[in-house]
Ligand binder design. Sequence first.
Ligand code: NAD
Length: 456
Amino acid sequence: MDLLEKLRDTFASAKTRELAWRQSQLQALQRLLLENENRIYAALQQDLGKCQFESRVSEFDYVLKDIRLFQKKLARWSRPRRIGTPILAQPGYSRIVPEPLGTVLIMGAWNYPLQLVLSPMVAAIGAGNCVLLKPSELAMATSNLIADLLPKYLDTHAIAVVEGGVEETTELLKQRFDHILYTGSEAVGKIVMRAASEHLTPVTLELGGKSPCIVDDETNLKVTADRLIWAKFINAGQTCIAPDYVLVTPELRPKLQAALKASLARQYGDDPAKSRDYGRIVNDRHFRRVLSYLDDQGAALIHGGESDAEQRYIAPTLLLNPSLESSVMREEIFGPILPIIEMTSIDSMLRFIKSREKPLALYLFSSNADVIDRVTADTSSGSVCINDAVIFMINAEMPFGGVGNSGMGCYHGKWGFETFSHLKPIMYRRFAADAPLRYAPYTKLKQWLYNLVSKL
Ligand code: NAD
């Protein structure tokens, strides 16, 4: 692949290691965003019916903030870090020197099609790598825009875009990269990891899954409902960390149900189809997939359910008590359907959550410190957010990534810098004071001395 050869040559030239080059590319990316803000909003509107405010907060500003953070911290993060050196290696000192990995591949998903490729790219450039980007073909307008704009602003010798679907991805995955960061489904994650193993290429897999949300009896219902509805229905439910389903006791359920309905009316009006703030499903296949969950046996439709195939509109929908074995409770919903499941106690909720794969995010709404401690200590998930959902994404100090089936590795802020760096330890020794303690012959005196110093 000629393109890849070019990127590798650039990396070998050491140009991308220069802090000045990294800063110049971050600045160019910032300019790209600021000079094309409206085109970006139009592409996101075309792909997902995303309203401008959501696009701004969750995609445009998100990447801008990442760039600013890297601009500010890059010099500090790249600096060698002094660490201790044991007495047996004295005189000397040790450091950790972050070095770029080489040429990396970043493949994004379609649901946040700008942020999911550009935010990892900021980290990869910040760490001094050459980058090949593969945006999702399902968000075609955004993919086209990225492919059009990047070469106009960024160093094409070091940063390139390849567009395409399964065929192009398959071809890309045959190539050797120094790291692959993939965002998408578990099924394709396995394909990526299998291909990467051929070259022993390390991978970061940002996958999905079913993120549970427990609503405890002791909670502020209005705030809980507002936050849950926002987190579930932004981007029409097509968010990897959206609360997938809600667990609640039978006693609280009617009150929670009423609060959720009231919040839906406040946020999207009586007819969400007319709300300019409510998104659409990305394509016909996903439209049919999400709607099929409404046919699941056993669930009561307690709100919504309306749809319009032409617009790929599915109303915010609440389901009550679908069977735990139904497809809506087995598959990641990734759409605007929120099942509410009654369970009698926090214990039974924890048992259920732990019987399933480890989720990308876990949410708990509770004012009870004991419940909070129990749930956080007794479950494993990529992240946890107490008394809110999704919003934890904006904290760049928190590593973002899954555990178990929800993914491996992480990025965001400094964590992204480290994902795309090799933290190279270097020990520096001096020639002076070369104690012969470790050299043969291992005399009694040397052993006695060793016993003495090894205790220090
Ligand atoms: P996907 O895995 O279906 O597709 C991603 C890309 O992989 C496609 O664009 C395509 O180019 C490629 N691909 C598909 N089939 C392939 C094959 N057989 N061989 C090679 N390449 C192939 O994922 P998606 O539908 O874009 O995203 C949805 C999933 O992503 C959900 O599970 C969601 O939770 C997850 N997600 C995770 C995060 C995160 O940050 N953890 C963010 C967004 C989405």
